[in-house]
Write a protein that binds this ligand. Structure first.
Ligand SMILES: [Zn+2]
Length: 340
């Protein structure tokens, strides 16, 4: 089968890869309907994060079940399914507490390479959620987004305790940040401040529910948020980048007693103890437990209450995956969808 493989920074090729097969009785094999390039795939692409090359790529996926192992009970061949970027049992104590991304049995899907024609999904019962029926084609981008970017933005908003009466600021205008805006809106936030200096991303943020846009960054960005909130800071701040500047901005922009939800994969971020001490903030985040939210997100998409798939502004055949990486690296695309 065909699948994207990274051979080193800046070097993605679509190769012939081995067909996946059932290895454990809890596995499923799915035929990928759509996959995509993640902002986090850009860390190794840019040489910031080391990997063992060559590495199969992709951890976001939606598709049709082709085969299941003998112990799989909740999904059957022919169903359309969405799964998270961690395969999880969904039964251990950590999963039951809603933190599936730290499941004691978790398997990182990125190692299996979802930017491909087919994919083995371990722990299928605990990982995959089936849609009520086969989706129409126009629903597939939104369902795919639930696999990571929507689930991650949603977790950011939940961790930041976005809700009625709250002012929510979102640091980061990538797909996750934009979908954190959508999540904050769904969760009932009163005011949503999107931080972005790109016209097309500002437009999408407004369509997803942003009430204010702040273009300034760093201390100026913090000052702008204070100015919009009577000098107090936002009740909730979602950090969706993973850099020192974005984390500082988030912690400085939240009001005392407020909540920071951080979902950007932190690279070289150091949190100053005194800063944190005086912030009086709740700070919670990490790899999103997407599986916790999947049934609810699929229902919202299925009933056309939300259309998160709009973050995909470029669609390419899988064979052109390298162009997709390049477009996202150059920020020419917000998010690239790949069709096998
Ligand atoms: Zn678990």
């Amino acid at each position: 089968m065909r699948g994207a493989v990274m051979y080193g920074p800046g070097d993605v090729r679509v190769d012939e890869r081995d067909e996946p097969r059932i290895l454990e009785p809890t596995d499923a094999i799915i035929r990928i309907s759509a996959a995509c390039v993640c902002g986090s795939d850009l860390w190794p692409y840019r040489g910031v994060e080391d990997m063992q090359w060559p590495a199969p790529m992709g951890h976001e996926y939606a598709g049709i079940v082709e085969e299941v192992g003998d112990d799989v009970q909740t999904v059957t061949p022919g169903q359309f399914v969405v799964g998270s970027f961690w395969a999880t049992d969904n039964t251990c104590e950590i999963c039951r507490a809603g933190y599936q991304s730290a499941c004691v049995d978790r398997v990182p899907m990125g190692m299996l390479g979802a930017q491909a024609e087919r994919l083995r999904v371990p722990l299928a019962d605990g990982t995959l959620v089936a849609t009520p029926d086969l989706p129409s084609d126009e629903l597939i981008p939104s369902l795919l987004s639930a696999s990571d970017v929507l689930g991650t933005g949603w977790f950011g908003a939940v961790a930041a305790e976005a809700g009625p009466g709250k002012t929510v600021a979102v640091v980061g205008d990538g797909a996750v940040g934009l979908l954190a805006v959508l999540a904050a809106k769904q969760l009932g936030a009163e005011r949503i401040i999107a931080m972005s200096r790109h016209a097309s991303r500002q437009r999408l943020a407004r369509e997803f529910g942003a009430t204010d846009i702040v273009e300034a960054r760093g201390d100026d960005g913090v000052a702008a948020i204070k100015e919009l909130t009577d000098g107090l800071g936002a009740h909730s701040v979602v950090e969706a980048v993973g850099t020192q500047q974005s984390m500082d901005q988030a912690i400085h922009a939240v009001r005392p007693g407020g909540h920071v939800g951080f979902v950007g994969v932190a690279h070289g971020v150091v949190i100053d103890g005194m800063d944190l001490f005086w912030s009086l903030a709740h700070v919670h985040g990490g790899p999103a437990p997407v599986r916790r939210f999947l049934p609810e997100l699929i229902e919202l998409i299925w009933n056309r209450k939300i259309e998160p798939g709009r973050v995909f502004d470029v669609e390419l055949p899988l064979d052109d995956a390298a162009d997709g990486y390049r477009a996202m690296d150059q920020r020419e695309a917000i998010k690239v969808l790949l069709r096998p």
